[in-house]
Design a protein around this ligand. Structure first.
Ligand code: ZN
Ligand code: ZN
Length: 270
């Protein structure tokens, strides 16, 4: 980047950060987080830590970077190299993105295109451009329906957290991801010590990925009297409640109804 452009951008960003300094939100235990930033002109500066929000703001104003990052993990020594930081735990975070939600509109606005000859077509993306063998990339568009779906799935995650995991509403913070969805942060100490595997299990639960086949669930439900009401906890309660409310007037099979119960309640999280 041209040095004049870099200095113009830094100046403009400095003014912006200065005017908005009060609205910069810092996480709890700021001193145990790793900070990093991307300066204009490229590169990445990492392994920083600050004692207070004031100190962080001062550095942000001084450097005026294009973006600033803060770890969701807490460390004993946030400025040490990664293997010596001493991991103390991390907030549970969900990433909900329209890309992961199978909306009907995708057929209309998602494409693959060839980076070499510019030909394009509907997804799924071919391994190589059929015309020139060039590299094929994906383009994901966004429309109102996609954003509404991302919002809907975000609210489903909130339901899982509050109803199934007993997380208080005030412990959940929502942020627009700046792309096509939301980031959901959970400040609940119970989740902090969980490792990657346990976090993946929580995500699988919310996605309904750990459930038995809908055929198996349906054969269990077949033995229940119609109108018995929701039963059990968690997914059992969700599925029995849904099936019970719709079963009498449902035109399809019980297995299909169980699939509907799952797909209308699961949240496609990352
Ligand atoms: Zn091509
Ligand atoms: Zn769409």
């Amino acid at each position: 980047m041209n040095p004049d452009t870099v200095s113009f951008l830094r100046q403009a960003y400095r003014e912006y950060y200065f005017r908005r300094a009060d609205s910069i939100e810092f996480p709890d235990d700021l001193y145990s987080r790793e900070f990093g930033y991307i300066p204009f002109g490229g590169g990445m500066v990492r392994h920083l830590s600050f004692k207070s929000g004031g100190e962080a703001v001062a550095e942000i104003l001084k450097q005026s970077p294009s973006s600033v990052y803060c770890s969701n993990a807490r460390y004993e020594s946030p400025t040490a190299p990664i293997e010596e930081k001493g991991w103390l735990g991390a907030e549970l975070i969900f990433d909900i993105d329209a890309t992961d939600i199978p909306t009907q509109c995708k057929r209309g606005h998602d494409l693959w295109y060839c980076e070499r000859c510019r030909s394009s077509g509907k997804l799924p993306r071919p391994p190589k451009c059929p015309k020139c063998d060039g590299p094929a990339a994906e383009f994901h568009g966004t429309c109102e329906a996609c954003l509404a779906a991302a919002k809907d799935h975000t609210l489903r995650v909130v339901d899982f957290l509050t109803d199934d995991f007993g997380v208080p509403h005030e412990a959940i913070r929502l942020y627009f991801s700046g792309n096509r969805g939301y980031h959901l942060h959970v400040s609940d100490e119970r989740f902090c010590p969980l490792d990657q595997l346990a976090r993946a299990e929580v995500a699988d639960y919310v996605r309904g990925a750990s459930l038995p086949l809908s055929q198996t669930i349906a054969s269990t439900l077949r033995r229940r009297p119609v109108g018995a009401g929701p039963q059990g906890e968690g997914w059992t309660k969700r599925i029995t409640g849904y099936v019970d409310a719709k079963r009498e007037r449902y035109p399809g099979t019980l297995q299909k109804l169980v699939s509907d119960a799952i797909s209308s309640q699961r949240a496609m999280v990352d």
